[in-house]
Design a protein around this ligand. Structure first.
Ligand code: COA
Length: 288
């Protein structure tokens, strides 16, 4: 789909994306690049990075791939230094690397819990911390989160806890680094996005179909939807936005099963009102 933004809104900017070799991270990398930014992507798998960099370069984007694991502080520092060496500066850090798997809490080992916290929450903090000195000239941070933890989600206790921590980091860094250095720190919480590991691993086809049948609201988002939100937050369009996590899910996180059919509630409501009007004086009236 065609971007509604001008092609040069990120001209001269440099973006670094963790988890930028695939999925949502790659799509954001491509759109930041198509709008003028030079791009560094960080990931654990060389072959994934190599093919992502080729794809970005074939779009005319200045792009490099640097291997590294966000759980490792030395990797984080090295990847950022490589980005600086290659492009001279860093303006936009997107923390998109994440770990996930479905597991009932009772079957999850403390190490499994810690692994996802380490990737999502500690990894995000480590990257922000290592990048700070380069972002002090008015940089932007975008943390990719989720909506799982707004209520509770089956079999994702580790990811819910990790993403809650990420949202908290977003607010705390927005406060401290926004005040001290003018760095804007925001998040994006995607809903179910077509053609991503998040959906193929965590939302089996039959569950997806059931949800689609139950709600007109329910549709898969596109990676493009998330990339457009990232462009908004990374560019001057989002200049006055700091410390927020933008939910991009078509409103799905608000959905819940209907208690009563619409017609039944209309009838019930009329009966209750009538009963309330007809009640003898002195008898408390219904507040319904
Ligand atoms: N169910 C239960 N526990 C699991 C698990 C699963 N499916 N996958 C991993 N674990 C546990 C392991 O048992 C281990 O705990 P233990 O030492 O107590 O046995 C711990 O997690 C670490 O596992 P390991 O395989 O060593 O981790 P890793 O660093 O190689 O892999 C993961 C990281 C687990 C997050 C892996 O799923 C991953 O990297 N996935 C790719 C990223 C991804 O899926 N992104 C989607 C974003 S929505």
């Amino acid at each position: 789909m065609e971007s509604p933004f001008k092609g040069d809104i990120l001209k001269g900017k440099v973006g670094l994306l963790t988890g930028g070799g695939s999925g949502i991270g790659f799509e954001i990398a491509a759109e930041l690049g198509k709008h003028g930014a030079s791009i560094a992507i960080m990931g654990r798998r060389k072959h994934v990075l190599d093919s992502a960099v080729s794809a970005l370069q074939s779009l005319g984007i200045h792009a490099i791939g640097v291997e590294g694991d966000v759980r490792n502080k030395e990797d984080a520092a090295r990847v950022i230094e490589t980005t600086i060496k290659q492009f001279g500066k860093l303006d936009i850090l997107v923390n998109s690397a994440a770990g996930n798997f479905l597991v009932p809490s009772e079957d999850l080992s403390p190490n499994g819990f810690r692994t996802v916290i380490d990737i999502d929450a500690v990894g995000t903090f480590t990257m922000c911390h290592e990048a700070l000195k380069y972002l002090k000239k008015g940089g932007v941070i975008i943390n990719i989160s989720a909506t799982l933890h707004y209520t509770a989600s089956w079999y994702q206790i580790h990811v819910s806890a990790a993403k809650a921590a990420v949202d908290s980091l977003t607010r705390s860094l927005a406060l401290e680094w926004g005040t001290d250095y003018g760095i804007r720190v925001n998040g994006i919480a995607p809903g179910p996005i077509d053609d991503t590991a998040g959906v193929t691993k965590l939302l089996p086809e039959d569950v997806r179909r059931q949800k689609q049948e139950a709600s007109a609201l329910y549709r898969m988002g596109k990676k493009w939807d998330i990339a457009m939100a990232a462009l908004y937050l990374a560019s001057n369009a989002g200049n006055y936005v700091n410390g927020t996590t933008l939910v991009v899910d078509g409103g799905i996180w608000l959905s819940k099963p209907r208690d009563l059919p619409k017609e039944a509630v209309r009838q019930l409501s009329k009966v209750v009102e009538k009963r309330s009007r007809d009640a003898p004086v002195g008898v408390p009236k219904s507040k319904l």
